[in-house]
Design a binder for this molecule. Structure first.
Ligand SMILES: C[C@H](O)[C@@H](O)CC(=O)C(=O)O
Ligand SMILES: [Mg+2]
Length: 448
């Protein structure tokens, strides 16, 4: 039973100095400090439960998102949770249609990241009040309630409410068996953590060795960052391919570094290393560019993957309509939370394009595992060509960290959306006055 009126919304700027070790680095983000705008929603209910929501950011970007969260707060404060989730489509639309704030979006950029953080907190609280992990809340929800959470505006030319309902109704068949399969075996994962662009060849070798030979996880799908220098890329890809062997899967990620012809030319050179996909070969806004690259790479057996910086469901709709991607990468914090992700999962199902979520960031693995497990059980009913990204970093700061077994995400069993961080970690990493940043900023000052 949903209960309580929202009495407080607070937001904190939490940053981890990952750039110091080159973790998370790629061809465009050379000094990423994995960070989060961390939202906490409290209610007047006696249960004392709180909702925690994050959106993933990089360092300085966080303070801008924090401002946007504060600007949105009045939409949530003093609302009954039952009214919010009872008309979740309406509430989503209220947040994304704020007459003044939508001008700096709409449904994109900072204001949309802030929307995601706020709504992620609402979903966490709802799942906690129901005593279920978020994936299970979604799996148990009847199709009519699920579609009532989705704003179909701008996508009815490819997915109407009735289409969505029909897909979910079909998904009811075999649901129990698929849930059992997830609980026993988990959802297949791949790792990106061995090959960030800022790693030296020695670090890269060590990391791959750790993942391949020494790990009891048995990783067999790997992603390598490319795009800054073609000779470096060839050397690094050769090194990895030699270490993982021809039987393992390799993906490549250029993080939007190239123009369209450049992407095709560059990938023709890297084709000998047999990548399954090239991710974000060009600007995330260039739908036709992605289509042209996809077409050109078919003869080389390389697919195009994208989505981690797709603004919203409209861009995904067009990527699907234009045959511009072969692997669709949802992101739990870039789209407008579970609500908008649901619409994208359903469109992907309609076009039969496999979803392989993005999770390279702080907390993204914790959140997105819920969405993809739900997708398998209730929507796609397939594991073919599908896997969810996993990165090794920063799980120790979460109260309910992900569990990986045999290169698969094991379904989380704690109630909520796995969004809650340990208070001790938040205090230490809060910017700029947490202990970690005070020390780092003082060292930097002394060096000047
Ligand atoms: C800046 C992030 O680490 C980015 O490189 C993540 C990414 O592209 C991915 O995980 O994929
Ligand atoms: Mg990527």
């Amino acid at each position: 039973m949903v209960r309580g009126r929202v009495s407080r919304l607070s937001v904190r700027d939490v940053r981890f100095p990952t750039s110091l070790g080159g973790h998370g680095s790629d061809a465009m983000h050379t000094d990423p400090d994995y960070s989060a705008a961390y939202v906490i929603i409290e209610t007047d209910a006696e249960d004392g439960l709180k909702g925690y929501g994050i959106t993933f950011t990089l360092g300085k970007g966080t303070e801008v998102v924090v401002c946007a969260v504060n600007a949105l707060a009045h939409h949530v404060l003093n609302k009954d949770l039952k009214d919010i989730v009872g008309d979740f489509r309406g509430f989503y639309r209220q947040l994304t249609s704020d007459g003044q704030l939508r001008w700096i979006g709409p449904e994109k950029g900072v204001v949309h990241l802030a929307t995601a953080a706020v709504l992620n907190a609402v979903w966490d609280l709802w799942a906690k009040q129901e005593g279920k992990p978020l994936w299970k809340l979604l799996v148990d929800m009847d199709p009519r309630t699920l579609v009532s959470c989705i704003d179909f505006r701008y996508i009815t030319d490819v997915l109407t409410e009735e289409d969505a309902y029909e897909i979910l109704q079909k998904g009811q068949v075999g649901k129990k068996e698929r849930e059992g399969h997830m609980l026993a075996h988990g959802y297949p994962a791949y790792t990106t953590s061995c090959a960030w662009l800022g790693y030296s060849d020695d670090t890269l070798k060590q990391m791959v060795l750790l993942k391949v030979a020494l790990s009891d996880i048995n990783w067999h799908r790997f992603k390598v960052k490319v795009g800054a220098d073609v000779q470096d890329d060839m050397r690094r890809c050769r090194l990895i391919r030699d270490m993982i062997g021809p039987e393992n899967t390799l993906m490549m990620d250029a993080n939007q570094r190239w123009d369209v012809p450049e992407a095709v030319e560059w990938m023709s050179k890297l084709a000998e290393f047999k990548p399954l996909w090239i991710e974000e070969p060009t600007s995330p806004d260039d739908i036709l560019g992605h289509a042209a690259i996809s077409k050109a790479l078919v003869p080389l057996g390389i697919g195009v993957a994208t989505g981690e910086q797709c603004h919203n469901r409209v861009i995904f709709k067009q990527l699907l309509q234009a045959n511009a991607l072969q692997f669709l990468q949802i992101d739990s914090c870039r789209l407008g939370s579970v609500n908008e992700n649901l619409s994208v999962l359903l469109m992907a199902k309609k076009f039969e394009i496999p979803v392989c979520p993005h999770a390279g960031g702080v907390g993204l693995c914790e959140l997105v595992q819920h969405l993809i497990i739900f997708d398998y059980i209730s929507v796609s009913a397939s594991l073919e060509n599908r896997m969810c990204e996993y990165v090794d970093h920063l799980h120790e700061h979460f109260k309910y960290p992900v569990k990986i077994r045999q290169a698969s995400y094991m379904p989380p069993m704690d109630a909520g959306y796995s969004t809650e961080m340990k208070e001790e970690s938040v205090k230490k990493h809060q910017y700029p006055d947490g202990e970690v940043w005070k020390k780092l900023l003082a060292t930097q000052e002394n060096q000047v």
